[in-house]
Design a protein around this ligand. Structure first.
Ligand code: FES
Length: 150
């Protein structure tokens, strides 16, 4: 957990007593200011520490227009053409999906993952495109690593 967010939650934490609406709103505003968003994992931690149900806190994030769950968006295309497909494209796809889910839940970074067509660079495959930038000779581990570093 981000140390600033931990500090914010410690300030608003009440032992055995649920936080009031004003305290929840203030805590969420401060978290949004630090992280640029309020990722799902942070919402869950905040709900636990503020003594409210996660669904109650999530409703605040959805209700108030200034709050958002994701700060950045990426599009990842995994080439599943015939050549890349023969070279572990589906394993790469699964690794990228798992890393993407983790990234969104923990850091509020949204990653749209799609199957792409042949990019005509078959000799350098398996290929992966992140926001238009091509990455060659991918393995599932390398692809997941790229997603984790976004
Ligand atoms: S099949 Fe992937 S670049 Fe051609």
């Amino acid at each position: 957990m981000n140390p600033r967010v931990d500090e914010i939650l410690r300030f608003y934490e009440r032992q055995g007593k649920p936080a009031g609406q004003e305290e929840i709103l203030s805590a969420l505003r401060e978290i949004q200011e630090v992280l640029g968003c309020i990722p799902k994992a942070v919402q869950e931690e905040a709900a636990l520490r503020l003594g409210v149900k996660p669904s109650f806190l999530a409703a605040f994030v959805k209700k108030y227009p200034g709050f958002k769950e994701v700060s950045e968006k990426y599009e990842v295309k995994v080439c599943t053409g015939p050549s890349c497909g023969a070279g572990k494209a589906l394993e790469i796809l699964r690794a990228v999906e798992a890393a993407g889910e983790e990234k969104e839940r923990d850091q509020g970074i949204s990653i749209k993952i799609v199957k792409g067509r042949c990019t005509r660079r078959c000799g350098k495959g398996p290929n992966l495109i992140i926001n238009g930038v091509l990455h060659h000779h991918m393995t599932p581990e390398q692809a997941a690593g790229l997603i984790r570093r976004l």
